[in-house]
Design a protein around this ligand. Structure first.
Ligand code: PEP
Length: 248
């Protein structure tokens, strides 16, 4: 049965010294027995932070990946490089990358396929804008994002994916979706996964909620039936992350 997964998305924060100091300060307080715990750190911090967590069950994730193995792609990092360095997760299709770096559904799909090829678990982000929510097209839009992200992903590979539902209007705004709003969309995500694959597969895929999660709202959100943990941005940079991970 699916396990709760709590991942921190540090975004573009902390230099390697700050990263190691912070992880050293929280790593022994984090309970990794009950849940999967992942820290998605900036590329420059991957190696030092991997070293820092080597005697723990904390997993390390990247925040992006390119879909070619090697070559003339200045500034990019391949799934092969991540895998060979010990990285186990990668965030793909975060709304900041879609909006600021013009990532399309097609690029997201190629990245998902490449991550799976190298045995890295993609955390696939989907989510609607405020305008889409107000126009009542949230479900339709999310269904399309899920279908496009998973095009040509074989059912045997579905045990290696995580979906993060992140309404854009809730990211970094302090405006969390209500538990019912988050549950409704996560339930629809599970329905579309059942349509693409089957109910059993859908029931086993971890679906996270992300968008202004903090130590006060984590428990209520993560206890909803279709929400299996969270993707946490701002609060993952502070001690709050420990309380979020150790939620009851
Ligand atoms: C995120 O970056 O994925 C995120 C959810 O950010 P925040 O928790 O700060 O809203």
């Amino acid at each position: 049965m699916r396990k709760t997964i709590i991942a921190g998305n540090w975004k573009m924060n902390k230099n390697p010294i700050e990263a190691v100091e912070f992880v050293e300060s929280i790593k022994n307080q984090i309970d990794t027995d009950r849940y999967d715990v992942v820290l998605c750190v900036p590329a420059i911090n991957l190696i030092p932070v991997l070293d820092c967590v080597k005697n723990t069950n904390i997993k390390i994730g990247a925040q992006n990946v390119f879909f070619e193995d090697e070559g003339a792609y200045t500034g990019e990092i391949s799934a092969k490089m991540l895998k060979e360095s010990g990285v186990e997760y990668v965030i793909i299709g975060h709304s900041e990358r879609r909006q600021l770096f013009c990532e399309t559904d097609d690029m997201v799909n190629k990245k998902v396929i490449k991550a799976i090829e190298y045995g890295i678990t993609p955390i696939i982000c989907v989510g609607e804008s405020l305008q889409q929510r107000e126009n009542n097209v949230t479900i339709e839009f999310i269904r399309m994002q899920i279908k496009n992200a998973l095009a040509n992903v074989n059912e045997n590979d579905t045990s290696k994916i995580v979906i993060a539902y992140e309404p854009i209007w809730a990211i970094g705004t302090g405006k969390t979706a209500t538990t019912n709003q988050a549950q409704e969309v996560c339930h629809e995500i599970r329905n579309v996964l059942a349509q693409i694959y089957n109910q059993n597969i859908a029931d086993n895929i971890q679906i996270q909620y992300g968008g202004s999660v903090n130590s006060k709202n984590a428990s209520e959100l993560f206890n909803m039936p279709d929400i299996n943990g969270g993707l946490v941005g701002g609060a993952s940079l502070k001690n709050d992350f420990v309380s979020i991970v150790n939620y009851k």
